[in-house]
Design a protein around this ligand. Sequence first.
Ligand code: ATP
Ligand code: MG
Length: 441
Amino acid sequence: MRLIASETGLAKIRQAREESGRAIDDEYWSLAASRIVEPEKDWQPGVTWFAPGCSPTTWQRFLRGKDLINAPAFKAFCQVLGLFWRDVADLRDNESVSQRSIDWDAAPDTSVFYGRTQQLSTLEQWILSDRCRVVAILGMGGVGKTSLAVRLGRQIEEHFEFVVWRSLNAAPRLDRLLDDLLGFLDRKFSLDEEQTTSDRVSKLLEILRSRRCLICLDGLEALLQPHEFAGKYRQEYKNYSRFFRQIGEANHRSCFFLTSTEPSVELVMLDSPTSPVRSLRLEGLSLAGSQRILEEYDLQDKKEWPKLISRYEGNPFALKLVAPAIEKWFAGSVAELLKQNTFFVGRIKDILDVHFDRLSELEIQILQYLANTGDRVSLETLHQKLASGVRKSHLMMGLESLEWRSLVVSTNHQSAPQFSLQPTVRKYVRDRWGEKMEVAV
Ligand SMILES: Nc1ncnc2c1ncn2[C@@H]1O[C@H](COP(=O)(O)OP(=O)(O)OP(=O)(O)O)[C@@H](O)[C@H]1O
Ligand SMILES: [Mg+2]
C-alpha cells in the first residue's frame, strides 16, 4: 500500500515541522523514521543509508505531497512529526484503505519501541502466512506483551479489512464484548438483548469467515481465577473458554490476537507448532534493546549496565522503574546501586506483587522451597520436602501452573525434569515470604 498527504494533511505536516525547529534537510528526519521502520538496527547520526522509504529524497517527496510513497515510511514520517497518519493521508481514492475499518483508539502508544525483531517476524508469520486463528503473547508483567502486540498489529494492519483493539482490563462479560465487536464489525448490527450468546457467536463467526479481521484483546488474565492453578476462568467468565475454543477450531479467515500473563486452559490444550492456535512466551528485552531504554536516563558507569540489565532480566518496565530511582538515590551511579544488596528499588515490587497475588497456596509453598534451596530440584525431592504431604499428582499440577505463569523453569536432567527459579523470582519470594517458611528445607 502507498499513501499521499491530503491538503489539510500537508498543512499539518508543515506546521508540525516548523514547530519542531528542525531544518527540512536535517538528516534527523530520515534517521528517526528509520528507527521506527527498522527498530532492530542501530541507527546513528552520520549513516549513509536509511531504512526502505526513509531516505532524505523520499522525505522531500512526503513533504511536497505530489506522489504516493510507501505506507510504512509515510506512517513513520507522520509519527516522527507527532501526527497520526490517518489524520494526514488522503484516503478518498484509496480503495483498500477506505473500505477498511480500524480502531486502535484504546491501544497504548508504541512510538518508542526497541528490538523484538525475532518475535515480530515469528508472530507475523503465524498470523499472515500460517493463518493462525488464535495467537497469544504470554509473559511476566511489564515484559512488553502489550507493546509488542500493538507494534505488530500496526505493522500488519493493512492485511486486514477490520482491525480492533480492546483491553480486557475491566473484565467485560462475554455477551458485552461480543456486542461491542459486532457493533464495530457489522454496520447493520443492532443490539438485541433477546439474543443468546450462541446467536452472537454464530453471527460473529459468519463475519470472521467473510471478512479478514484482526481482533486484539489485551490482558486476558483479568478473566482468570486468582488463588487457583493458572488458566482457569473466573466463574462468570467460563463461557470465554468455549468461545475461544470455537474461534480456534471453526473455519474462518480472521485472527484473535491475545496477551496474557498466563495462558487459559483451552489455549494450552489447542496450542501446538502446527495448530492454528499458538502462543509465544515473551522474555525480557535483548541487551541492546535494554540499553536503549537506559540511555533515556541520566545514568553513569556504562560498563556496569549489562549487570543491571541481567539483574532485572531485561524487563523493560522494571528498567523504566529502576533507572529514575538510580538517578534520584545514587546520583545516576549504576555501580553504586549494584553495590547495594537491594533489589526492590523504586516501585519494582509493584509489578511482581500483581503476579504473585494470584498464586494458589501450593504454588506459594513450592516457590518458597525452591527459593530457599537456591538449586535445581527434582519432583521426587520436592514431594518429600513439602511439609503439607501433598499428593504427587497435585504437586505436578502446581508445577505446571507455575511454568504457565513463567515463574518456574524446568530443565531435563537424566530424562527427569528439575525445577528452579529465575533470580528475580527467587529474590522476590525470599523477600516476601522468607521469614514465614513452613516447608522443610
Ligand atoms: N520493545 C520495547 N521497547 C521499549 N519500551 C518497551 C518495549 N516493550 C515494552 N516497553 C515499555 O515497558 C513498559 C511495559 O510494557 P508493556 O505494558 O507492553 O508490558 P506488559 O507485558 O503488557 O505488562 P502487563 O503484564 O503489566 O500488561 C511500557 O512502559 C512500555 O512502553
Ligand atoms: Mg499489558
